[in-house]
Design a protein around this ligand. Structure first.
Ligand code: AMP
Length: 363
């Protein structure tokens, strides 16, 4: 039996590219579907150039591949259901539907997986915001389509209600209590449909709602780290997970609260390429192929810095001065402001000594 497969990846951005590289190392062939012929994955795979919701193109990809996977959650779930054969999409489309809609996601996390989330309610219109207790702070988030802080409104006082009502009347929303957290953390977990393997806890620092720096292991107590990992495992088991999933959480002084899940490798797990014995992309490929999963070992504490469009020169200078830092560039042609162009991973005992890229940062 030929154990080398043709893997179809929906989405050819940096996540698709790094998935493809992992798969190619293992001897598999990769075909990607992406609207851009020069997408990052085009450097390492054949690309079917088409929109993600082009059912005919999805069908073409399905016909040519043994197994399909996706690099992001905004894929047309119904379109995929229409073209895949039984077992061809191990991650399934239920997981897509859960992570595409915050209402389904919260319900799954709180009521099915049984993990702690911020107290929340579903908001169908501004009427559901009436009588809000303004002694508390809230975050109103659109159920679908939000990313990197878009489609969100923090409600700190009655002054914020006009904008919040406008948002609530424009789309279905979730209203969450604002969590006073010490740190934002995330945990990568991978499954093969039966077993799961979990990565160390990551500490994430965002700037303008975009991930800037990830520190591993997160600077939280051993007890909280174990709790975070076991919550990620609990979620993965409930999903009978295949492939890699990222669970984003808040660490408060004495507890862990789950914010959201991303059903794919995640920016906060990129450090695993060098800092762990298997990367989140390796375990994603092993997982979707239903192969046994390794226990993950962190070689040494590490820091990952994102390289946005405005940071490219800074990153090039940084690695010239720090040759043991690992520079990854995704091959995007245009370095637009805030566009993720690459990342740098560096081993560091003291994470504070590794400064983020950004205007005015000395290094
Ligand atoms: P999200 O789109 O849910 O990942 O939210 C984007 C960012 O908003 C998070 O990374 C947090 O920094 C912040 N945030 C979201 N929800 C909450 C909450 N309930 N309490 C406090 N901060 C939040």
């Amino acid at each position: 039996m030929n154990s080398f497969k043709t893997i179809g990846i929906i989405g050819g951005g940096q996540l698709g590219q790094m998935m493809a590289i992992a798969a190619i190392y293992m001897g598999h062939k990769v075909i990607t579907l992406d609207p851009a012929s020069d997408c990052p994955a085009s450097r390492v795979s054949e690309v079917i150039v088409a929109p993600y919701d082009d059912v005919e193109a999805l069908g073409q990809l399905a016909a040519r591949c043994d197994v399909l996977t996706y690099e992001f959650e905004n894929v047309d779930a119904d379109g995929l259901d229409a073209v895949v054969s039984a077992g061809q999409l191990p991650q399934g489309t239920d997981l897509l539907r859960i992570s595409q809609n915050r209402i389904f996601e919260k319900d799954f996390l709180a009521n099915k997986a049984g993990v702690a989330v911020a107290p929340y309610k579903v908001v169908s219109s501004s009427l559901d915001l009436e009588g809000l207790d303004h002694s508390k702070t809230y975050v109103l988030k659109t159920a679908t389509g939000g990313y990197d802080g878009h489609g969100q409104k923090v409600i700190r006082s009655a002054d914020d209600m006009a904008e919040a009502s406008q948002l609530a009347n424009s789309a279905e929303c979730v209203l969450e209590e604002f969590v006073t957290f010490d740190l934002e953390i995330s945990v990568i977990v991978s499954g093969n449909g039966k077993d799961v393997t979990v990565f160390p806890v990551q500490e994430n620092i965002h700037r303008n709602n975009i991930l800037s720096k990830t520190i591993v292991p997160a600077r939280i107590s051993e007890q909280l780290a174990e709790k975070a990992k076991s919550m990620a495992v609990q979620i993965a088991k409930k999903l009978e997970l295949s492939g890699t999933l990222c669970v984003e959480m808040f660490a408060t002084a004495d507890d862990i609260i789950v914010n959201e899940i991303a059903p794919r490798p995640h920016n906060s797990g990129h450090y695993s390429i060098e800092a762990c014995d298997f990367s989140q992309f390796d375990t994603h490929i092993l997982g979707v192929l239903g192969q046994p999963l390794p226990k993950i070992k962190l070689h040494a504490p590490a820091v990952m810095l994102n390289v946005l469009g405005q940071h490219v020169q800074q990153a090039i200078d940084y690695v010239a001065q720090n040759p043991s830092a690992h520079l990854h560039m995704y091959g995007k042609l245009e370095a637009k402001h805030n566009r993720k162009m690459g990342h740098v991973t560096v081993f560091a005992e003291d994470a504070d000594e590794v400064e983020e890229f950004g205007e005015g940062v000395e290094y």
